[in-house]
Write a protein that binds this ligand. Structure first.
Ligand SMILES: [Zn+2]
Ligand SMILES: [Zn+2]
Length: 323
């Protein structure tokens, strides 16, 4: 959301990709031209449904943090490229990708997103990707998987080898600095998501801080990592919905226990947000994310038993301004 000052300060990116610095009236008079704020930050929820099943009213997990026009993509479930395009963000503005863990509802479209940037002519400079151990191998495997198409396009269309423009890096530490640049500093914190480990990320920007939980078992230590953040985006699970999910899928008690023990219930999310003292809590990665009988108020009231701050029940393509 732009305030008037920001609109006046904004530059206009033309359809051709050039940047015009225009007078306010000419900026606002532009039709069909995309306006991109060059200052400010916002979080865009690209996909809010937990789990790998495609369909329904929510897309699978993905987010974009936009800081001064640079786009940082956080998790890349199936559908992430389409959601970025739908949100109005420009693929060419993606600077880095952060993967929380190796479940497919967080990384299935990782390579494809970078490929799609390349195919669209939007991979014009190197981008970085960070994730748990395995992300480097996944990048290499992706280029191998698609080598016939890529070699053909390099030969036929004179394109640059996209593998040289993606720098993927395993984050092997338990906690620490991931990257710093363009006014953004990112740290990661390992949190259990049995049987996997998951990286929660904290983004410090000139406009405030955002913590993204990824998928995590209830972990009070995550509250310490999130302390004082302006926005905490936390995964969330609704127990009565999980019971119905298990029944529908003819699931076993083992499946139910896995879901409960490797995720955080709405009531527990409230405890985390309260302990962390965050200014705003954004619920996302809903499990289940496709049962319409679970209303926003049902999610909210569980959380509000412990957390008295602002609660946002996330929706796809929702924008949360920072600062
Ligand atoms: Zn997940
Ligand atoms: Zn997971």
């Amino acid at each position: 959301m732009l305030n008037r000052r920001k609109i006046l300060q904004a530059a206009v990116t033309t359809a051709a990709g050039g940047v015009l610095a225009g007078s306010p009236s000419s900026l606002l008079a532009q039709t069909g031209a995309k306006t991109a704020p060059v200052e400010g930050a916002k979080l865009v929820l690209l996909g809010t449904k937990g789990g790998p099943r495609v369909g329904g009213t929510r897309s699978n997990p993905a987010n974009a943090l936009v800081v001064d026009g640079n786009v940082y993509v956080i998790d890349t479930a199936m559908g992430v490229t389409a959601q970025i395009v739908k949100s109005g963000l420009d693929l060419a503005d993606i600077r880095a990708i952060f993967i929380s863990h190796m479940h497919s509802d967080h990384q299935l479209e990782f390579g494809n997103l970078v490929y799609n940037m390349w195919a669209a002519g939007a991979l014009r400079r190197p981008i970085d990707a960070y994730g748990p151990v395995g992300i480097e191998a996944m990048a290499a495997d992706f280029w191998r998987l698609n080598r016939m198409d890529i070699a053909t396009r390099i030969a036929d269309e004179g394109r640059v080898d996209p593998a040289t423009l993606l720098h993927a890096r395993d984050f092997a530490a338990k906690q620490g600095l991931v990257m710093s640049g363009d006014g953004v500093t990112v740290t990661a914190f390992t949190t259990p998501h049995p049987p996997l480990d998951n990286l929660a990320y904290r983004f410090e920007t000139p406009y405030g801080s955002v913590v993204y939980s990824g998928d995590t078992a209830y972990n009070p230590a995550l509250a310490d990592f999130s302390r004082g953040a302006d926005v905490l985006v936390h995964e969330v699970l609704y127990v009565p919905g999980v019971d119905e999910l298990v029944k529908r899928a003819n699931g076993t008690p083992t499946f139910r226990n896995h879901l409960i023990e490797s995720h955080t219930t709405a009531e527990q999310v409230g405890r985390i947000a309260a302990r962390a003292g965050v200014k705003k809590l954004v619920l996302s990665h809903f499990v289940p994310g496709d049962m319409e009988w679970i209303t926003d108020d049902m999610w909210r009231s569980e959380v509000a038993r412990h957390y008295k701050g602002e609660i946002v029940v996330g929706r796809d393509l929702m924008e949360i301004p920072l600062g």
